[in-house]
Design a protein around this ligand. Structure first.
Ligand code: MG
Length: 442
């Protein structure tokens, strides 16, 4: 009889205990094995392959692990130069503390909070440990950041001897035991819904969104759940009377595209739970970059900037061609005495736009233009992913949005008439011709 129950059957009544992995059958409230109430049940539980795993309040969780006396206290990671909250533990969140909140406000809301300045080196180390455990489950791991990733477990059932749902539940248990932090898992058939699911039951969550329920589930959700719909775009939709995803489901593709351009197509597809983006495993290792060695060493910003612009455009062109985007901008300089300086900055969203790469590069370069004579300049992006999440239209900065639109227009002209048909202010003139960029790919 037990063998029959142990067979992973897709049946809404069947499932397993997330604490001891014992199979369950029937509508019991607690595990037949260990008595835990943390049961996973879903009609499509054993056939969904795509997961999004997200560590819970990651930085704060790592600090609590290392300082157990903080376990029951509100903990905020942040401060430093920007003076904002990086991560708040769940106790601090209950008190109203949120990520990106100015520290003084956070302490108004929760004066008893323990504030810890971030130890990025440690978080990167722990993040890598978690990632290594993910990569032991499937080669298809696409990191989104230090503490979250998509995993495609399709086709791994034979390897693991059990379906993805059980593999993931076991993974969560092992992360808690071996690393000492907790994760939340979202399981679905596509990236869009897996990401939404992982957020539904945080912390220590395990949420499933199946194909059957995708459309009705989405119908009742706000449009802001769709990636790329931030404050400004949501406001634009609101002006058109659209607030819920269900309203988008009732609209024609052509209508949406007429109103919202490319984003209209995304609204059409995602509102219906259609997302065929695949999991790209090459998130962290690779980068796309371009660099050039000067004929004569350069020190002045005025000489370096046009080169930076031309190289940024080169990097952008290659990203666009490959339909990928990078989240970290990396500036590389080699000084007269062959010392290499690399400076990088992580963006909130991946980009493939020349202008964004250039603007960030410019900020990094400004700090290094200290009179040092340079013989080489390079710019690139790393943390690559597919471009589905790149450059959300909801750029807060209106100027940046306009530049992004202009860049699209420039790209179309260049496609038609060739690269040199359109010169931007930065590349026109001396810089471009004096230093024809060569490129190197890591
Ligand atoms: Mg997280």
């Amino acid at each position: 009889m037990f063998a029959l129950v142990a067979m992973p059957v897709n049946d809404p009544e069947h499932g397993f205990c997330r604490d001891c992995l014992t199979p369950q059958s029937g509508r019991t409230m607690r595990c037949a094995g260990c008595g835990s109430p943390r049961l996973a049940r879903h009609a499509e539980l054993y056939r969904l392959p795509l997961a999004h795993i997200d560590c819970d309040a990651f930085y704060a969780a790592v600090e609590k692990r290392d300082r157990p006396e903080l376990r029951d206290k509100p903990v905020i990671i942040g401060g430093g130069k920007r003076g904002v909250v990086s991560t708040a533990c769940y106790i601090a969140r209950i008190n109203g503390v949120r990520s990106a909140m100015p520290m003084f406000k956070a302490l108004e809301a929760c004066p008893q909070a323990v504030v810890i300045s971030p130890d990025m080196e440690k978080y990167v180390r722990v993040g890598r440990e978690v990632r290594a455990m993910m990569q032991a489950l499937t080669p298809l791991v696409e990191p989104l950041s230090i503490d979250e990733a998509f995993l495609d477990l399709g086709g791994t059932e034979r390897l693991h001897g059990r379906p993805p749902a059980l593999v993931l539940a076991d993974f969560s248990r092992r992360v808690e035991k071996e690393i000492g932090i907790t994760v939340s898992v979202g399981l679905s058939y596509c990236k869009f819904l897996a990401k939404i699911a992982s957020d539904l039951r945080k912390p220590r969550g395990f949420a499933v969104i199946g194909e059957e329920e995708a459309v009705p589930f989405l119908a009742g959700q706000p449009v802001t759940l769709i990636w790329g719909v931030g404050k400004a775009f949501a406001a634009a939709l609101e002006r058109d009377g659209i607030r819920m995803i269900g309203q988008l489901q009732a609209m024609e593709r052509g209508d949406l595209m007429r109103r919202y351009g490319v984003m209209g197509d995304r609204l059409f597809r995602l509102s219906r739970g259609q997302d065929d983006r695949r999991v790209h495993p090459d998130g962290e290792a690779k980068s796309v970059s371009a660099e050039t060695t000067f004929d004569a060493d350069l020190a002045a910003m005025a000489d370096l900037v046009p080169v930076l612009r031309a190289l940024s455009e080169k990097v952008s062109a290659r990203l666009k061609k490959a339909d990928i985007a990078g989240r970290t901008v990396v500036l590389k300089l080699k000084s007269q005495d062959f010392k290499i300086r690399t400076r990088n900055r992580q963006l909130a969203d991946p980009t493939q736009l020349a202008d964004r790469i250039f603007q960030v590069g410019l900020q990094l370069l400004a700090r290094e233009a200290d009179g040092t004579r340079y013989r080489l300049l390079g710019i690139g992006v790393s943390d690559l992913s597919d471009d589905g999440r790149a450059d959300p239209p909801d750029l807060v900065d209106e100027q940046a949005r306009k530049r992004a639109m202009a860049e699209g227009a420039i790209d179309r002209l260049r496609d038609k008439f060739g690269r040199t048909a359109v010169e931007t202010g930065y590349t026109f003139g001396k810089g471009r011709n004096a230093h024809p960029p060569e490129h190197l790919e890591d």
